[in-house]
Design a protein around this ligand. Structure first.
Ligand code: NAD
Length: 551
């Protein structure tokens, strides 16, 4: 029987598969499980509570074996983290097709999912865990940086200097919050109940200091705020207790959000449970644990609403905590908005979203060269330039060196083609993979997050991510994935992803041009269809065809 062991992607130009498309999938699967990247690699868990890269170690081994022998006209099919078939296709077809965690509507709940998972029939793929394009905390750092920049622009004159942000959750995604706040010159007070999460973020320089107590944390925060000095502070404890305590103390908090694993009630620590007992209690008494976690989330959300009543900027950061609090009977749970309608939707209308790439060489110099290429391609975009420069200085690579930046329709294809040319000319020492988060402009239906409060009420229409996956298959992506439940949990989202390999060949260039045009194009047409003016003008200006506007 194969079992847990450390996994690390090979580096350099030597191939262990029959071509770079297959080699790229192989390295990215392995990279997702690199101990530098994954939260719990021994359990194949990459991030987001229980988001996995493979169903079990036997499936992982079978995927590695299959990818090594997969031909240029073959496609491996993956069903919830297990390779279930190899089909003869053609060279334009993806080398891997992935479907993760999908359940029929009426069965799409955690209880049924866990029953099937216990039988070994499925796994939770989150967004980029099961689709092998997770790049560590940097992936979310850019989005979080953009969000806090938008908060600053909306409420605080363009900077978070002199403000205090309160949040919880320093895990795989949430760990980006302290650095995103300090990059915007603010002070962040971050609660987590797991001491390792705090230590790990300090080690990676995403978090500055750890306070001894809540009082100490607040004192440090106020001092830094008064000096308009950026600082991030970690404090150990249960957010369901500490957030209400801070409210009761009239703590001078300006912004409140949360990134605990609230989407999965078995991953949120209930009040009165010791952190060390959490895993065994959740495993032994899941129903009991769920009730107590939801009651605690209700207290947490009630305090967030209290801060909003007191004048703070409060938003849900995509973890479904409002939905869980509502299930526990808290009536005002949805009094504060989700971050997408509040800050991100205008970007989605332009086809903007989390474009990312990783250097298969393993050489940080390749990323530095692509950084320079991005600065050269988009000289007019100042906030992009600021991000690329700061990321170059402050982001600690986890696993294969990678970069992310938000690019829109008409931009992603230009960047992708440039990277492919750089591979062809030898400016990059090996191919790069170009992918994105499933949290993108036209790839997800998620009524509590990406599609919350759509203009035409189409929040729960899930045809769009299906069309997105199909168009990426039809356009020549290297691997395409279609998942359920990522980010916000079972029954609450359907989403798709693509990764395309720039191996320097003319064929890769042709594929990149199509995929990186059509993929963000889905965001433009989705928002035109929902009636957004910005999307209409982007479609008109950049030539995106929308049949219902023609004739
Ligand atoms: P994670 O499991 O890696 O980390 C969650 C952290 O929350 C852990 O460190 C845990 O110790 C802590 N925690 C749990 N209960 C707590 C409590 N009661 N008090 C204090 N700390 C507690 O998860 P992650 O990958 O960081 O994701 C966090 C959440 O954000 C998930 O719900 C995820 O679905 C969501 N998410 C949001 C976005 C976005 O764009 N906004 C993207 C991806 C994921």
């Amino acid at each position: 029987m194969s079992g847990p062991r450390p996994v690390r992607a090979p580096r350099g130009t030597g191939l262990s598969a029959l071509g770079w498309q297959q080699e790229a999938a192989l390295r990215m699967l392995q990279n997702n499980l690199d101990p530098e990247v994954a939260e719990h690699p021994d359990k194949l868990v990459v991030y987001g509570g229980t988001g996995k890269a493979a169903r079990d170690w036997r499936s992982f081994d079978a995927m590695v074996r299959t990818l090594r022998t997969l031909k240029q006209d073959e496609t491996m099919l993956v069903q919830s983290g297990r390779p279930v078939g190899v089909m003869r296709t053609h060279e334009w077809a993806p080398r891997v097709l992935i479907a993760n965690s999908n359940l029929v509507g009426d069965w799409a709940n955690w209880e049924e999912f866990r029953r099937l998972e216990a039988l070994g029939l499925t796994m939770y793929g989150q967004m980029t865990a099961g689709s092998w394009i997770y790049i560590g905390t940097q992936g979310i750092l850019q989005g979080t940086y953009e969000t806090f920049a938008a908060v600053a622009a909306k409420r605080f004159g363009g900077s978070l200097a002199g403000t205090i942000t309160l949040t919880a959750g320093l895990g795989g995604m949430g760990g980006a919050q302290p650095l995103a706040v300090t990059m915007n010159d603010g002070v962040a007070l971050c609660i987590d109940c797991d001491p390792r999460a705090i230590d790990r973020r300090i080690e990676h320089r995403y978090l500055d200091v750890r306070a001894d107590s809540l009082e100490h944390a607040l004192q440090l925060a106020v001092e830094a705020r008064d000096a308009r000095r950026p600082l991030s502070i970690g404090v150990l404890g249960n957010a369901a207790e500490l957030v209400p305590q801070l409210l009761a103390m009239n703590a001078p908090i300006d912004i409140v959000t949360d990134q605990t694993s609230a989407h999965d009630p078995l991953a949120y620590l209930p009040i009165g449970v010791e952190f060390d007992d959490m895993a065994s209690y959740a495993a032994e008494k899941p129903a009991d644990f769920t009730v107590r976690a939801r009651e605690s989330m209700a207290k947490h959300v009630e305090a967030m609403v209290g801060f909003q009543d007191a004048g703070a900027e409060v938003f849900d950061y995509g973890n479904s905590i409002r939905g869980e609090a509502q299930l526990a009977g808290y009536a005002r749970a949805f009094d504060f908005p989700g971050f997408v309608p509040a800050y991100i939707r205008p970007l989605f209308c332009e086809g903007k979203g989390p474009f990312r790439w990783a250097a298969l060489s393993g050489d940080p110099k390749d990323i530095a060269a692509t950084d320079r290429a991005i600065l050269d391609l988009f000289p007019e975009n100042e906030s992009l330039a600021r991000w690329i420069r700061m990321a170059g200085e402050r982001v600690h690579f986890q696993g294969l060196p990678a970069r992310i930046c938000w690019l829109g329709y008409g931009e992603r294809d230009r960047a992708g083609e440039r990277f492919n040319d750089m591979v062809a000319s030898g400016e990059l020492s090996a191919p790069v993979v170009i992918g994105r988060d499933h949290l993108d402009c036209g790839s997800v239906a998620s009524p509590y997050r990406e599609t919350e409060a759509m203009l035409d009420g189409s929040d729960a229409i899930a045809d769009w991510p299906l069309l997105n996956a199909m168009v990426n298959v039809a356009s020549g992506a290297s691997w395409v994935s279609l998942h359920h439940g990522g980010g916000v949990g079972m029954g609450r989202s359907i989403h798709a992803g693509q990764v395309t390999v720039a191996d320097g060949t003319p064929l890769a260039g042709e594929k990149i041009r199509r995929v990186l045009t059509n993929d963000p194009g889905m965001g433009v047409i989705r928002h035109v269809d929902a009636g957004y003016d910005i999307a209409e003008s982007v479609a008109t200006d950049r030539g995106v065809r929308v049949p219902m506007r023609e004739g």
